[in-house]
Design a protein around this ligand. Sequence first.
Ligand code: CO8
Length: 261
Amino acid sequence: MTEYKTLTLEKSEGIAILKINRPKMLNALSLEVLQELTLALDAVEIDPFVHVLILTGSGEKAFVAGADITEMKEKNAIEGRDFSLFGNAVFSKLEQLRQPTIAAVNGFALGGGCELALACDIRIGAENAKFGQPEVGLGIIPGFGGTQRLPRLIGIGKAKELIYTGTNIAAEEAYRIGLLNKVVAAEELIDEAKAMAEKVMKNSPLGVEGSKKAINQGLQMNLQQALALESEIFGALFATEDQKEGMAAFIEKRKAQFGNK
Ligand code: CO8
């Protein structure tokens, strides 16, 4: 098993839990974290026994408090652009991961931390979760997808307000504006994320993967192209065991047994 310095990756019963592990730095994203994240995502992607990925931060205070400012401080324009390009590539890999992903947000999710949560499919927050894009206060802009994913998720006006003011918002407000799917007590966060993962895993893995692909890729297309993509993926599923088992189980009034059991 690969040993990581800045994160941990545990797998059990179909669920992988990837934890950013630099608690003294509030899990700030250094270049090393991003490099290890990309390796860990590759490992999850090709693992046939992982059906859902949960992403969280180590410690009680922070999910991820942003990109590592001490490391970023001395960058020139080219290095800044390259860091943003690399971060965007890693977060796009996360967004496009074969398996569904759940961010379990256990505290501050600021800057790159908010952007990391945005690249996940579903976000569950502890009551102490706080979101914000403070970059304009540092003389930069969100550079790991925040200017693009935040308005797509919560709407343009609210995203501009959060980005221009750099204000942090609490979990309840994040839930109200659709940034969080659910708010739970801090001590229940991982169990709630696992419970959501288990609900997903009751279903056909190929159905879930196909839905993710149709939603993510379809959002990049115009409606007619996106509907054609939906039909394509829908049709392809009729050539799978999952469709045969799912429909047979319905007709026979029993629970379907998919390959992820
Ligand atoms: N980078 C580096 N170190 C950090 C970061 C960070 N983002 N966040 C916290 N730390 C460190 C602190 O410096 C401190 O270190 P030390 O103990 O050595 O002094 C330690 O973590 C604990 O933090 P605090 O003492 O500050 O804890 P507080 O409870 O007082 O405050 C906060 C918690 C409010 C979260 C505070 O730490 C904070 O404001 N952190 C910075 C938040 C921030 O501005 N994040 C955005 C960073 S920019 C970004 O993410 C851009 C992403 C796109 C990059 C594009 C590439 C070009």
